[in-house]
Design a protein around this ligand. Structure first.
Ligand code: E4P
Length: 223
């Protein structure tokens, strides 16, 4: 399973890239609003300079012409831009039109397998079911991931299932086991995945034991 970072924070993206675990990035208006400070285009260009993997840029317009205009514009920013289009009747049409023009799209705000199926048929290359937001309303978000992954495998559909709205490390494990092709992960969750109390304690213990022996050797040399 590929790992994308779900952020518009350049520093977080640089760190994940240095760790060698970054396959792409997803942004949305909320994530962009959290960092602010620079025009969205500049942020996107900078992200695309850090990773050659897909970088999702979300349209704001809710009318067809606006979605197409914004999508075409994002596609000029870098070759690895993927235009994020919300699931809707207009969104499907925009996805289809952009696909005809060779522009890759990520259908966002997907909450059911049928929505994902339609987005894939319209030509989206990435389908983003929101796991955490489904869990929030007492529905098992992972079911949509599993259903879509199975559906795409059975019918040989090219679109990839991108598990979004990931809230904790268990979501990542569950998404991988449910067949998600990609999980987009907040930086905090990525850090949580690195750490384990026994790993951290083990590192401290090895260091302490090593230093204890070095101290004893130094004392012996001095006596
Ligand atoms: C990513 O593509 C989505 O926009 C994001 O994962 C949504 O996450 P949230 O539900 O935590 O806002």
């Amino acid at each position: 399973m590929k790992i994308f970072l779900d952020t518009a924070d350049i520093n977080e993206i640089r760190v994940a890239a240095r760790w060698g675990v970054l396959d792409g990035v997803t942004t949305n208006p909320t994530l962009y609003a959290k960092v602010g400070g620079a025009p969205y285009d500049d942020v996107l260009r900078e992200i695309c300079g850090i990773t050659s993997g897909p970088v999702s840029a979300e349209v704001i317009a809710d009318d067809l012409e606006g979605m197409l205009r914004e999508g075409r514009h994002f596609a000029t920013l870098a070759p690895n831009i993927v235009v994020k289009v919300p699931m809707s009747e207009t969104g499907l049409e925009a996805i289809s039109r952009l696909a005809d023009e060779g522009i890759r799209t990520n259908c966002t705000l997907v909450f059911s397998a049928n929505q994902g199926l339609l987005a894939a048929k319209a030509g989206a290359s990435l389908i983003s079911p929101f796991v955490g937001r489904l869990d929030d309303i007492n529905q098992d978000g992972m079911i949509v991931i599993r259903e879509l992954a199975e559906m795409f495998a059975i019918h040989d559909i090219e679109a990839q299932v991108l598990a979004a709205s990931i809230r904790h490390p268990q979501h990542v494990t569950q998404a991988a086991l449910a067949g998600a092709h990609i999980a987009t992960i907040p930086f905090k969750v990525l850090q949580q995945m690195v750490h384990h109390p026994l790993t951290d304690r083990g590192i401290a213990q090895f260091k302490a034991d090593w230093e204890k022996v070095q101290g004893e050797l130094a004392a012996r040399r001095g006596s």
